[in-house]
Design a protein around this ligand. Structure first.
Ligand SMILES: NC(=O)c1ccc[n+]([C@@H]2O[C@H](COP(=O)([O-])OP(=O)(O)OC[C@H]3O[C@@H](n4cnc5c(N)ncnc54)[C@H](OP(=O)(O)O)[C@@H]3O)[C@@H](O)[C@H]2O)c1
Length: 370
């Protein structure tokens, strides 16, 4: 007789957000395989306590310090980092230093502190399993492929709500928050509209797959069905496709390395009909090249890019900035940045704080009194 494995014990950081809530749906669907042992949120006590009561979870954290403690907690096997922004970096590092499987939705960890995360994983034995749908797709396509056989990877982008809109100067927050294919938290939804999200994903892919920036391309694919493409040196293209549902990559990361039956939908290729692929209009969406440039310059540049973007997105959502001002603020901060090596989390967070203050100053200068 074989006994079934005990459920994986999971800490969910950012449980009250879009990814966090979908992760709880995955856990509820697989009660024999997944057990939540801890939940953490930023400030929404009411929701996180209701989630804990519902699932019988006894350990709950609020704020970054609690999330960091839970990330390294010995009772958890898998840490899902679904915190938004650079506030998630210390938790990612703590999980990797403690040897956990880090199911990583918080792409900002790798953008701001990619090298720091790599060192934490090497020293602590942790493993990053990407939750971002494109990186989950690419990791699957790359699995078992000799690295010397990889020519380049292609990250797909829906193109966001303004793919076909010529004039972006009068975009409102409400319009930017209406994503055509994915339902997500507000920050990533705005990042998807500016295409900064793809830029962050390019830097994320550079760190996850150890590829040069020249080997990472982005194409617009409005249907969001093909999530990533790996081109081998002989011309073979390995494409990963899945329904547009984040519960699929979340489940794959939480059950890693196993694949379990799921009921999150599937698609009929015939009913789907056409799949389109277009180039990115880099003139209308300069955020993508800002990110490539920061990534290529390396060191502290990606952390500065990320922090300036977080502040600019907040400024846009608060009505202080126009939509194109988001990339103008980021560009202004990067122009003023001198760049340093970043060797540990504290150094990353110093750059993060500097870039935030510069971005706030740039917003003050741009803001037109009404
Ligand atoms: N949503 C998606 O479909 C999707 C897809 C791919 C990747 N991602 C990535 O996943 C991450 C989360 O995205 P989301 O859309 O789920 O965001 P979201 O809906 O805004 O949720 C963010 C979560 O982070 C928590 N949080 C914020 N600041 C915190 C802090 N200082 N300490 C601890 N927790 C904190 C929030 O708690 P409160 O509710 O208490 O504020 C909330 O639970 C982002 O990095 C995003 O880029 C998301």
């Amino acid at each position: 007789m074989t006994s079934s494995p005990r459920p994986a014990r999971i800490a969910i950081l950012g449980s009250t957000g879009s990814i966090g809530r979908q992760a709880l749906e995955v856990v509820r669907a697989l009660p024999d395989r997944l057990e939540v042992v801890a939940l953490a949120a930023g400030s929404d006590r009411e929701t996180v306590l209701a989630q804990a009561q519902d699932l019988g979870v006894e350990v709950v954290g609020i704020g970054e310090a609690d999330a960091v403690g839970l990330a390294g907690w010995e009772q958890a096997d898998v840490v899902l980092n679904a915190i938004v922004g650079a506030a998630g970096l210390r938790a990612s590092v703590a999980a990797l230093e403690a040897g956990k499987v880090l199911a990583l939705a918080n792409k900002e960890s790798l953008v701001a502190g990619g090298d720091v995360c790599a060192r934490a994983a090497a020293e602590g034995g942790g493993t990053i399993v990407p939750v971002d749908s494109e990186h989950a797709a690419l990791a699957q396509a790359l699995s078992g492929v000799d690295r010397a056989a990889v020519g380049r990877i292609i990250i797909t982008a829906s193109g966001g709500p303004f793919r076909a809109r010529a004039d972006l100067s009068d975009v409102t927050p409400q319009e930017a928050l209406a994503h055509p294919t994915w339902s997500m938290g507000p920050k990533i939804t705005v990042d998807s509209a500016t295409l900064m999200n793809k830029g962050l994903e390019v830097i994320e892919a550079h760190h996850l797959f150890d590829l040069a920036y020249d080997q990472i391309d982005v194409v617009v694919h409005p249907q969001s069905v093909v999530h990533g493409i790996v081109e081998l040196v002989d011309g073979t293209m390995l494409m990963q496709a899945a329904p547009t549902d984040m519960r699929i990559p979340i489940q794959a990361a939480l059950t890693y390395p196993h694949r379990l039956r799921a009921d999150w939908g599937s698609f009929d290729p015939v009913a789907l009909g056409r799949l389109e692929f277009d180039p990115v209009d880099r003139r209308r969406f300069p955020a993508l090249d800002l990110a490539y440039d920061a990534g290529r310059r390396g060191g502290s540049f990606p952390a500065a890019l990320n922090a300036a973007n977080e502040v600019a997105v907040r400024g846009f959502l608060d009505g202080r900035l126009g939509f194109p001002d988001i990339w103008r603020v980021v560009g202004t901060v990067l122009d003023a940045h001198e760049g340093t090596p970043v060797l540990d989390v504290d150094e990353v967070m110093q750059v993060d704080a500097w870039a935030r203050s510069q971005a706030l100053r740039a917003i003050d200068e741009l803001e037109v009194p009404v």
